[in-house]
Design a protein around this ligand. Structure first.
Ligand code: PLP
Length: 400
């Protein structure tokens, strides 16, 4: 038999971010570094800020940090909250848990609603919790839109409605690090106070930029917020940003890439981008069903178009499967994180992606399952192909 083709062709990077950077974006960044205080820079700076307003769907202030997403989590909190403030957070998975730890480290008092890592946040539980806080001591509700560790989506309008129906004045802080520019999102219309995001997922850029989109109410809260801040201060950004500059050295070349990426997203049309992600999510789930395996997300209303986390049969190592797939087929899948380490693997289907890339990915899963000796049915990739070709049901029926 011919040896595996692991050293030729392109690596399949199918983790749920960082994602594949399109050639157009790579070329836009491949440019001599510009003087970030010179006259040309203000155009790049202004276009980046304006472009991000269009992606967040906000008319309000947007801040861009040269930082990973974690920095933007911290920025959202230090600009709006004070030491000892109670914040309501929801355990959707690994990233919600990390954000809660960060809140504790900042001196906040998170109240963490427990979750089973198979659902998005439950609006009723949030409403019930807020109703008990008659003194209005909870200052913020923080949720992760797309929980990247599980592939479960929290419906943000439902969380807004829960806060409103409890008649509570808490700010709403939302992490869209793995959903922005992949799933429908509307900062202003949905009444979000601070949206947190990052460059390395739906925005199709390398890691290194992160963002806050800020409501008027959040700006007002920032005037009296008592947590210590320096680097993350929104106020410091505001003046220079008005003319397209930054108070410190921005990630110049990433901003060239950002302007190009935003242009690409608008060329495709945001609604088409969202529909593409939903369709690929459906196809991936058809494949999982065809293999006779289970999707981690247990609630169809919370299914994600960004990634699909697949549960391994009991006692079978997900990490060994990923290792075998990488060694034999040059493909990377996301690992299971913390509580679900070695029990799930994650298929990223976000960013610069198309039907054939998805099929290559799903064939990689099926071949990897076979090679690693994971008990499964064959035919999952065929089920996805049938779905993409508009013949939904045929292979799934065959596989059943
Ligand atoms: N929140 C979510 C939902 C994420 O997916 C990630 C990273 O994958 C983070 C936060 C942390 O972002 P970063 O690793 O860029 O600091």
């Amino acid at each position: 038999m011919a040896p595996p083709t692991t050293g030729t062709g392109r690596h399949f990077l199918q983790i749920p971010g960082p994602t594949n950077v399109p050639d157009r974006v790579l070329r836009a960044m491949d440019f001599p570094t510009m003087d970030h205080r010179g006259p040309q820079f203000s155009e790049v700076g202004s276009k980046s800020l304006e472009g991000m307003r269009s992606i967040f769907k906000t008319k309000g202030q947007v801040v861009i940090y040269p930082a990973s997403g974690t920095g933007a989590w911290e920025a959202a909190m230090v600009n709006t909250l004070s030491p000892g403030d109670r914040v309501l957070m929801y355990e959707t998975g690994h990233f919600a848990t990390l954000w809660k730890k960060l809140a504790e480290n900042l001196g906040l008092k998170p109240e963490f609603i427990e979750g089973d890592w198979r659902h998005g946040a439950d609006p009723q539980a949030i409403e019930d919790h807020l109703r008990k806080d008659t003194g209005g001591e909870i200052k913020a509700v923080c949720v992760v839109h797309n929980e990247t560790s599980t592939g479960c989506v929290t419906q943000i309008p439902e969380i807004r409605a829960a806060i409103d129906s409890a008649g509570h004045g808490a700010l709403l802080l939302v992490d869209t690090i793995s959903s922005l520019a992949s799933l429908d999102y509307r900062h202003d219309e949905w009444g979000v106070d601070v949206t947190v995001s990052g460059s390395q997922k739906g925005l199709m850029l390398p890691p290194g930029l992160s963002f806050n989109a800020i409501s008027e109410k959040a700006v007002k809260a920032s005037k009296s917020a008592g947590l210590t801040k320096a680097y993350w201060s929104w106020e410091e950004m505001k003046g220079p940003n008005e003319t397209g500059y930054f108070p410190y050295t921005p990630a110049t070349n990433l901003l060239y890439g950002l302007v190009e990426a935003v242009e690409m997203l608008h060329e495709e049309g945001l609604d088409n981008v969202f529909a593409r992600h939903q369709r690929h999510g459906e196809a991936a789930r058809a494949a999982v069903k065809g293999w006779g395996l289970e999707v981690l997300c247990a609630e169809p209303r919370h299914y994600s178009g960004v990634l699909t986390a697949v549960m391994m049969p009991s006692g079978v190592s997900a990490d060994n499967f990923r290792k075998v797939a990488l060694e034999n087929f040059n493909i990377s899948f996301g690992n299971g994180l913390s509580k679900i380490a070695d029990k799930v693997f994650r298929i990223g289907h976000l960013g610069d992606f198309n039907d054939l890339m998805l099929m290559g990915t799903l064939c990689g899963v099926e071949m990897g399952l076979e090679k690693a000796g994971v008990p499964h049915q064959s035919g999952g990739a065929q089920a996805a192909m049938d779905y993409l070709a508009g013949r939904a049901g045929t292979a799934a029926t065959r596989a059943a």
